[in-house]
Ligand binder design. Structure first.
Ligand code: NDP
Length: 330
C-alpha cells in the first residue's frame, strides 16, 4: 500500500487558493487551525451557534456555509456525515464551480451515493484516522496523525498535489497518509463501529453484570474493568508494539491467562464471526446508510431511545460511584 510522507507533498500546490472549512466541530476546528498554522489561507463557513463563537475566538471571521463554498477554491466538508447531503444540496452544490476541489473527511457520502458531485470538480478524501482533538494536539506537539487519502475524481489533473498539500497542512504526512479508497475508508470505519465496538461493549457490560451478580463492590469492578485507564494503556501499547507484542508488559500470570483462555481462530467464536460477517455485508450493501438516512428524516427517535436505554444500565451507578472516589470524594 502506498503511504505518503512529508517529502511526497508540497504546500505550494495551495498557493493562491482559498480553503473553505465547512463546519467547525471536532475535525473542522483542528484542521482549520493546523492549515492556518501551516501558512495557508483558511476561511470558515458555519451557521450562527456556539461553533461559530469558537471560530471567532480562534481568530476566524466565519461566514455562511454558502458564502464559504462560494469563496473557497478548496471546499472541505467537515460536518456530520448524516447531514452532509442536505447541506451539500442547499448550500455547497450551487457554489461548486468547475475546477474547484471538494474534500471529504470520510468516504461515506460519496461512496454510498448520497452526494454525487459534478464531473468537472475534483473530489478527494483526507480522512484523519483519529479524533479532531488529537489531530490538533499532535500537530502542536510537532508530530501528526495518520490519515486515509484518495482521489475520487481528478477533473483538473491537479487533484493529487492539492490533496497531498492539504494532508501535509493538517500534519498527517508527518505520520503517514495511506492511499486507500473512499469505499475502504467508509466500510472499515462503519465496521469498526458496528462489528468490533459493539462486541467490545458487550464484553465489558457482560463482565460487569457477572461480577456484580457475584457480589463484588461496584467501584472495584469499574476500577478493574476500565476506570484505572489500564485498557487505554493496553490499546496504546497495541498501537505501538502490536496486540501480542504488548503482552511483554504484562506478568506471566496475565499472559498465560489471556492466551490459554482465548478462543482460538480456528475453533473460535462462530456466532461472533457470523455476526461480524453479517454486519459487514449490511454495510457494504448500503443498507446501513439508508437506515441512518431514514433515522435522520424521522428526527433520530431510535438514537434517543437507545441513549436512554444505555443510561439505565447498572454500570452507570458504578461509574458515578467510582468517579466520586477518583475525585477524592468518598
Ligand atoms: P462534528 O459533529 O464535530 O461537526 C460539527 C460541525 O458540523 C459544526 O460546525 C456544526 O455546526 C456542523 N453541523 C452540524 N449539523 C449541521 C447541519 N445540519 N447543517 C450545517 N452544519 C452542521 O463532526 P466531526 O468533526 O465529528 O465529523 C466531520 C467529518 O469528519 C465527518 O465526515 C466524519 O466522518 C469525519 N471524521 C470524524 C472523525 C472524528 O473523530 N470525529 C475522525 C475522522 C473523520 P452547527 O452546529 O453550527 O450546525
Amino acid at each position: 500500500m502506498k503511504v505518503f510522507y512529508e517529502n511526497d507533498a508540497d504546500l505550494s500546490a495551495l498557493n493562491g487558493r482559498v480553503i473553505a472549512m465547512i463546519g467547525y466541530g471536532n475535525q473542522g476546528r483542528a484542521q482549520a487551525l493546523n492549515l492556518r498554522d501551516s501558512g495557508l489561507n483558511v476561511i470558515v463557513g458555519n451557521i450562527d451557534d456556539h461553533y461559530k463563537e469558537a471560530a471567532i475566538k480562534d481568530g476566524f471571521e466565519p461566514v455562511s456555509i454558502a458564502e464559504a463554498a462560494s469563496q473557497g477554491d478548496v471546499v472541505m466538508v467537515v460536518i456530520p456525515d448524516e447531514v452532509q447531503d442536505l447541506v451539500y444540496q442547499e448550500s455547497i452544490s450551487p457554489n461548486l464551480k468547475p475546477g474547484k476541489l471538494i474534500s471529504f473527511a470520510s468516504g461515506y457520502n460519496v461512496h454510498f451515493g448520497l452526494i454525487v458531485p459534478p464531473k468537472d470538480v475534483d473530489v478527494v478524501m483526507v480522512a484523519p484516522r483519529t479524533i479532531g482533538r488529537q489531530v490538533r494536539i499532535a500537530f502542536e506537539g510537532g508530530s501528526g496523525v495518520n490519515a486515509d487519502v484518495d482521489v475520487w475524481n481528478d477533473a483538473t489533473g491537479n487533484a493529487w498535489p492539492i490533496t497531498l498539500a492539504l494532508t501535509k497542512g493538517i500534519g498527517c504526512t508527518r505520520a503517514g497518509a495511506f492511499h486507500t479508497t473512499f469505499a475502504t475508508e467508509a466500510e472499515l470505519d462503519l465496521f469498526a463501529e458496528q462489528g468490533l465496538w459493539p462486541a467490545i461493549f458487550e464484553c465489558l457490560l457482560t463482565a460487569y453484570e457477572v461480577l456484580e451478580e457475584q457480589g463484588y463492590p461496584k467501584e472495584a469492578i469499574a476500577l478493574e474493568l476500565y476506570a484505572s485507564a489500564e485498557p487505554a494503556d493496553i490499546f496504546l501499547a497495541m498501537a505501538r508494539q502490536g496486540p501480542f507484542g504488548q503482552m511483554a508488559y504484562h506478568s506471566p500470570t496475565s499472559q498465560y491467562g489471556v492466551l490459554s483462555r482465548r478462543l482460538n481462530s480456528t475453533g473460535g467464536n462462530a456466532e461472533l464471526r457470523q455476526r461480524m460477517r453479517d454486519s459487514l455485508a449490511f454495510i457494504k450493501s448500503g443498507a446501513f446508510a439508508r437506515e441512518w438516512a431514514e433515522e435522520r428524516k424521522k428526527g433520530y427517535p431510535r438514537l434517543a431511545q437507545l441513549r436512554q436505554e444505555a443510561a439505565q444500565h447498572p454500570l452507570n451507578t458504578a461509574d458515578v460511584a467510582i468517579r466520586q472516589l477518583l475525585n477524592g470524594k468518598s
